[in-house]
Write a protein that binds this ligand. Sequence first.
Ligand code: GCB
Length: 671
Amino acid sequence: MVPAVVLKGKDGMHSTRKPEGSPSSLRVDPVSRRDFLSRTTMAGAVGAAATKALAHGDGDVPPKPAATTPLESLAAPGRAGLLFPQQNTLRNVLDISGIWDFQLDPQEEGEDKRWFQALPAPRPIPVPCSWNDLFDDARDYLGLAWYRRETYVPPSWRGQRIFLRVGSANYAAKVWVNGDLVAEHLGGHLPFVADITKRVSFTKGNVIAISVENKQLPGRVPPGAGPGGGGVAGLMAGFPLTTYDFFPYAGLHRPVLLYSVPAHPSIDDVTVKTTIEGRDGVVMVRVTTADTYAGKGRVRLGGTETMLTFQAGTAEKAVRVPSARFWSPQDPHLYPLTVTLTQGSHAVDSYSLDVGIRTVAISGDQLLLNGQPVQLRGFGKHEDFPLSGRGQNLPVWIRDYELLRWVGANSYRTSHYPYAEEAMQLADRLGFLVINEIPAVGLDFRESDEVTAQRQTQALQELRELIARDKNHPSTIMWNVANEPLGGLPLGLGPRDARAEAAGMTFFRELYAEAHRLDDTRPVTLVGVQGGVKEWHGIFDVVCINRYYGWYTQPGQLELGRQALARELDELHQTFGKPIIVAEFGGDTIPGTHNTAVEMWTEEYQVEFLRGFLEIAAQRPFMAGMHVWAFADFKTGQGTGRAEGMNFKGVFTRDRRPKMAAHFLRSRWAQ
Ligand code: GCB
């Protein structure tokens, strides 16, 4: 039997305090090494606490809090499920995206003046879309803005519970329906839902108004550039000023939906976990209802149907699939699953999703998919395109998956925020392995305790929402809780800051523990900056690092860069004994710029840079993956380090044409 998750090789803190990647961080003595086993078996998963807390000696590794049952732990605690709305014979969806009215509110007068009823001087805007590329006066605008539209709610929905769901409002949103405030939400990139059953009219148009603002404030995640600066891009002091290296696009970035579900009883959430037993797959299904339903139901998986018995709104079932096809990039087979609530012979609610039967595990320094070592080949990406900005753009997603396949990639990271739900569904269907990341980029632990505490609250919320949203996707193989947090200057440029490092340690232990409390089926990682705090990696299951030897350091000196990389990978392996992924490596490359001498910014340099890193990694069997930075060129703020307000590290241009590097990667990967 292959356990669902075997996480091994937990190392604690290390006594030698050297920044990772700094030239003299060559010898780091592991002072404590722990192994633990978090094992979910089919039999153990339903009913028994299957998480074994790891031995916890000197306090340097967080305890894994005992989950109640693993399936319970994956369900969102104390909040409505975030099931993707679907149309079937019992449920309804009305997409109210399209052209909305829009108005900037720099004076923040809209709420007092009741703009949630009517906007005084609206102009049209598409939803979903960022506002920044559409109107010159809104290009760098990050303050408050209003969206409004009217919509009829189908009278056939009468008697059902009606919800409004915003796919992503970046960053802070408030929602009004017919003049009533129905929801507030902080954090872009993740959906939120309001029950508007009692607010809607079936006899006239309903006014939906949403205010959105994207101020760069220190307590947010990602944080705004605070007094202490912060973030890699902060060093370059771009405009608009951010703590991160991508344009702070704002607006309603994903569809706005109305949907209805049966009034009572109705399915609130479905959680699926899969394990492998010999050649069989076992799918554990947990269904929760919106109330304390105590009736019957059924679950159909492929051709098998079994009964569900609900108690206090919950039912669980393990369904065996003999001689199953296991989900993998080579064979992304999905089994259709439908859960139904029944009263007598009637179906009263039902919900369907596609299930990929697969396991992810860590054994020593290996990352295992379905019990076999797997190496990730791919990229860090962005949701970014001219005009639509960070707004959902399905043609771009389809093209990107086509190009990922063309180049021979099997994986990508959702840098630096959760991507569209449709993108996750496509990854399931097309067989891509996704490192799924919360928007915790630009964290700097040199800030005050108060600011750090605000960020922690927000980061935990984002982690809970992300796991609630994406827990059932086989493509998500790992959660990432932060990109390049700082506990001092990056690249080993300054002295170490013990206070900041300790603050980060506390912060990440909590995020790690929460991720595993909610999901014990996937590894959890942190993506570290070059020259960052090495000890933080000791908390996590996989060591992910971003490295720019030969670009930001050793510029123009590829051989020196390769040597530095090789040295550091060996050290990290010796220190932690865990799988290692280089989650970013690359150099800016102006498309069409060439030279016979391999020189920075040319296409030749990008090819040689990537070749060097890939060769070093290929010689090391403990390397679990190489993600090139980046898949495509993308928009940033303006600054001296970013020609044309662009990051040119893409191997495809922003309009998805291949640079030489794309052909090079294809020659290595697509065999
Ligand atoms: C990084 C960041 C990424 C940047 C990249 C760069 O380490 O994680 O957001 O875009 O470097 O190109 O500098």
